[in-house]
Write a new protein. Structure first.
Length: 393
């Protein structure tokens, strides 16, 4: 597919055509969205989503603190203000209970992230947004093919975004997809990052058609080769998910019987879990307070492919802890909250407890059983490890 493009010299598009058109059509039909727009990255797609909603100066958007920075940073580019909130202690997903408490007269929208591929509690979140007249953005960058009560994620919000970065289950190397049922959101997103041919193809309303020639200043077009790579990956998406659910379901079942480690939570409403990441939680108390890094080293000594989960909640990052309103670059909001360590404790605890194990797609029953055995062996060596820690402070 990619080789054929190179042979034809098909390396750039101006309109909705070729591999980009095919990817948009196929992925949009899979998720169930009337309008799909391919972008150069997931970050570009998120910027397009926020712009498509008309967010701007003075608008607050409630967002999870436990997420990758791209979920939140484009809000500054549209001059909106992110309001970071805490997560559920077991999933890492945004906690619906704290969303409502964070709503103010300036709140215009909520953005949620299906962390590690585990769906957020969408029924509760949608209810809050409807009752409080808020727009809803779904960041599905971890959740290709995920389902909440047999409905695909990406269909609950006013607009949703899927990253196609190289580690994702549908990968383009770099790329992103915006999906929506709203023609206005779609046309505004097209105009932000696409112009001339593509805008002539897709911007038909009387309000926005006059801007089709120039667009609104950016170039977020997806490269044809990226679209072709993503289409090829997309063909195998369901098989990838089936493989991960089998392998990691087996791993969770085994780890559930081992002290000091909690397999990743899976709520009853999650009917399909793509496992973008597999992150069990370490219970230090069950190991007598043993340092997590020493626990990981012991697991690695037993051959287990276990690593530290290095993601920090955004409120622990410098940008959100200083009174720097980016006024030389973006709009200034003097009321923007400055956060401190300890402000959002569930997210901090989740980050401090999370371990990382690779997500295996092909059948690996023997390896999975070996990983379980390694966790069990380390748990049984609790006393020896505590003695070692005391003698090697």
């Amino acid at each position: 597919m990619v080789t054929a493009l190179l042979e034809r010299g098909e390396i750039s598009y101006y309109g909705r055509e070729g591999e980009v058109e095919a990817l948009e059509t196929e992925f949009g039909a899979y998720v169930g969205a009337p309008f799909t727009l391919a972008c150069s990255s997931g970050t570009a797609a998120l910027h397009s989503a926020f712009f498509g909603l008309g967010l701007g100066t003075g608008d607050e958007v409630i967002a999870p603190t436990f997420t990758f920075l791209s979920t939140v940073m484009p809000l500054f580019v549209v001059n909106a203000t992110p309001v970071l909130v805490d997560c559920e202690p077991d999933t890492g997903n945004i906690d619906p209970a704290v969303i409502e408490a964070a709503i103010t007269a300036r709140t215009r929208a909520v953005v949620v992230v299906h962390i590690n591929g585990h769906s957020c509690d969408m029924e509760r979140i949608v209810d809050i947004c409807r009752r409080r007249d808020l727009r809803l953005v779904e960041d599905c960058s971890h959740a290709h093919g995920a389902m909440y009560t047999d409905t695909r994620v990406g269909t609950f919000g006013d607009v949703s975004v899927f990253s196609l970065q190289g580690a994702k289950l549908t990968a383009a190397g770099q790329g992103g997809l915006l999906l929506t049922a709203s023609r206005e959101i779609f046309e505004r997103a097209v105009l932000l990052g696409h112009f001339r041919n593509r805008a002539f193809d897709d911007v038909t309303s009387d309000e926005y058609r006059p801007f089709a020639t120039t667009g609104y200043g950016l170039n977020y077009r997806m490269h044809p080769l990226a679209a072709a790579l993503a289409r090829r990956q997309f063909e195998d998406l369901d098989a990838y998910i089936d493989g991960r659910e089998a392998n990691l379901g087996r791993l969770s079942e085994g780890l559930a019987a081992v002290p000091a480690v909690l397999p990743p939570a899976r709520k009853a409403y999650v009917t399909r879990h793509p496992y973008f990441n597999y992150k069990p939680l370490y219970d230090a108390e069950a190991m007598g307070g043993l340092d997590r890094h020493l626990y990981i080293r012991a697991l690695q000594a037993e051959g287990a492919p276990v690593g530290d989960s290095t993601s920090l909640p955004l409120h622990r990052e410098h940008l959100f802890q200083v009174r720097d309103d980016l006024s030389r670059t973006y709009g200034r909001d003097p009321s923007r909250r400055v956060y401190a360590d300890g402000d959002l404790p569930n997210a901090e605890s989740y980050a401090e407890r999370a371990l990382r194990i690779p997500t295996y797609t092909d059948p690996r029953p023997r390896l999975i059983d070996q990983i379980i055995d390694a966790f069990d062996k380390v748990a049984r060596a609790r006393g020896a490890l505590l003695d070692y820690a005391r003698s090697n402070p």
